[in-house]
Design a protein around this ligand. Structure first.
Ligand code: SAM
Length: 240
């Protein structure tokens, strides 16, 4: 029976594609891609010629029903995003939900995603963690940071290089300057870096250089040790 395959793709190192991902990309009738140029290059690299259809945050609301209908006619479809696992801070959720609603089988392959290596590299507890993805830029940002500062779980943030300093400064402010963090930059790529230490130490490190590349921030969860440091600093002036 035709189904929807969710296919993770490399986050930097092309060797990270799985054999099964390649086989399914070859076998499906067409591939839904966040950016057809990006995925076209990836498929071309692996010698796969396949029909690509754009499926991204700007059209996913409108197109999910039509795609589910196509799958129900017997076509098998794979969804990829530009990098990593679709649905993780990327389009994917809406189509998965629609397919399940229509009784279509969905199969997500295991594979690359940025937060897993960042989390494990961090050396912070991985038994319980909270995936936060990108923080809101304005509305609700401080309220969220205040709440997160009190959670006893290791926290995962995705961040852009342009906002790293501001976010680390706010983590120091809301979580306390001694909270442990790990900033993973350019994972799986030639210039991969994992900077670990207190948020103050890591902030000083990044203030001394030009920050480039893709970034995951891992933050230690709240515990008795950092209780004193994480006080009730900050107010909600950006939350209107
Ligand atoms: N779907 C992807 C996944 O499974 O991780 C995430 C897509 S999200 C639009 C892109 C963000 O993921 C980047 O801004 C960065 O925070 C993180 N990211 C992606 N690749 C990365 C890498 N090689 N190193 C560090 N962070 C990365």
């Amino acid at each position: 029976m035709a189904k929807l395959y969710i296919i993770p793709t490399p986050i930097g190192n092309l060797e990270d594609i799985t054999l099964r991902a390649l086989r399914i990309l070859k076998e499906v009738d067409f591939v839904l891609a966040e950016d057809t140029r990006v995925s076209g290059k990836l498929l071309h690299h692996f010698g796969i010629e396949k029909r690509l259809m754009a499926h991204h945050m700007h059209n996913e609301h409108k197109s999910v029903e039509a795609i589910a209908e196509m799958i129900m006619t017997g076509l098998s479809v794979a969804m990829v995003s530009d990098a990593g696992t679709p649905g993780i801070s990327d389009p994917g959720f809406m189509l998965v939900r629609e397919c399940l609603k229509q009784g279509i089988e969905v199969e997500c392959l295991p594979g690359p995603t940025a937060f897993v290596p960042a989390l494990v590299n961090s050396g912070l507890p991985v038994d319980r963690f909270l995936f936060e993805g990108f923080l809101p830029h304005k509305k609700g940002r401080q309220t969220k940071l205040k709440w997160l500062a009190q959670q006893p779980y290791t926290i995962v943030f995705y961040e852009s290089p342009y906002r790293l300093i501001k976010t680390l400064e706010q983590i120091a402010e809301f979580f306390g300057p001694e909270r442990l963090v790990c900033v993973s930059r350019e994972l799986t790529k030639m210039f991969e870096e994992n900077a670990r230490g207190t948020v103050t130490e890591v902030l000083n490190h990044f203030k001394q250089k030009t920050i480039k590349g893709e970034i995951v921030i891992i933050v230690e969860g709240y515990n008795a040790k950092n209780e004193a440091a994480s006080n009730d600093s900050g107010d909600d002036e950006d939350d209107e």
